[in-house]
Design a binder for this molecule. Sequence first.
Ligand SMILES: Nc1ncnc2c1ncn2[C@@H]1O[C@H](COP(=O)(O)OP(=O)(O)O)[C@@H](O)[C@H]1O
Ligand SMILES: [Mg+2]
Length: 394
Amino acid sequence: MRSDSVNSTVVYNITQLTDIVDRMRSQLRLAVIHGGDKTQPGAVIYPTHNPRSTKTYHTVAKDIAEALGELGFKQVSLLADDMTLPQTLETQGIHLAWLNTGGVQGYDPVCHTPAMLEMLGVPYIGHNPLNSSILDNKHAFKRELQALGIATAPFVVSHPFQDPFNPETDGQFQRVFADYSGPFVVKPVSGRASVNVFVVDDWRDLGEAVATIHRITANTALIEAYLPGREFCISVCGRITYRQGAFEHIPKPFAFSAIERILEADERIFTSMDAKGMTANRMRLLSSQDESERELRSQLEAIAQQIYRAFNLSSLVRIDLRRDSQGQLYVLEANPKPDLKRPTPSQTSLVAQGLQDCKMTYTDLILSLLGDRLYHLLNYQPNLIPHLQRMMLP
Ligand SMILES: Nc1ncnc2c1ncn2[C@@H]1O[C@H](COP(=O)(O)OP(=O)(O)O)[C@@H](O)[C@H]1O
Ligand SMILES: [Mg+2]
């Protein structure tokens, strides 16, 4: 399988990747992993608190597993990431895992399963433990964005179990918001789908909003300037894509589905998907026909690609952004496990909505993510996949 590729750092090229994936369809034992349920007997030793709003993402994991089946992978399991997982991975002889989980409970739950898989030696499609944690802690991500010179709304944090937050005595708040008196957004640092996100118009009400977040999450609260402008998102993944029947190696991370989220007149923040499903009339793909939209799209793509590279990401993220009153774009967050729901006639996802424009289907995206991960592991981290290397021996 080794080639005399012109590019000395790449051992396996796209043609070889195609052959490898073809062979793996019958041999590879895959597991798509969704969040476990701590209330089930035998799931955990002691059920505890989850500072992140709990969701198992089981339905979407099923969509991914079914798509892998349609792509010809013969052995695909659907597993929960509870304490039975390591044993099940071993007994089922799983070669490669696909992480579609936000974790079960405890602090930084999004990094628990990748960390455990690192320890077990099972490779996975998903983010490494450090990136999972950074991306799922909005304040940590924003501090890195600031260091990279990528615009994000001015912010301060308030940790729980310390003195109550008081904007009048908080030195950092006084410095950051010296010339700004509101409105603000107060939200959990680790959250999802606009759950527990509050707009606070008067700085005098910040203490109460922060205390509410502390009470509900027992975790850090983020206080940032409210951005009143239009809201956008864009998805980005690696440079190996699959479309129209073939893998491609493109020059930059693949940024796609540049979307404006449609806010109603009285909707100051995007209403949670939990309360209002994600339908096509809540989003609008940025057009490639209109010049100003093309320009905006390129701007979003450039930010997404910069983030993908700067964090050395290894799988899909969806970046949420919003404009201020002057039209300047600011990054709100990058979602480490964006919704990968398979689109239906009535429901869609912010990731899948733009695929058709890229001449891709949902299964093409799933194969792109798998192909990109395999390409990376085979070429750059072969020491992480001795069992897959053995599988490829003639
Ligand atoms: N600084 C902000 N200014 C304006 N709206 C915000 C701000 N932060 C969050 N929002 C709104 O709240 C929603 C959820 O916030 P976000 O940071 O994306 O967290 P999550 O999606 O994890 O709940 C956003 O889609 C946006 O509508
Ligand atoms: Mg968001």
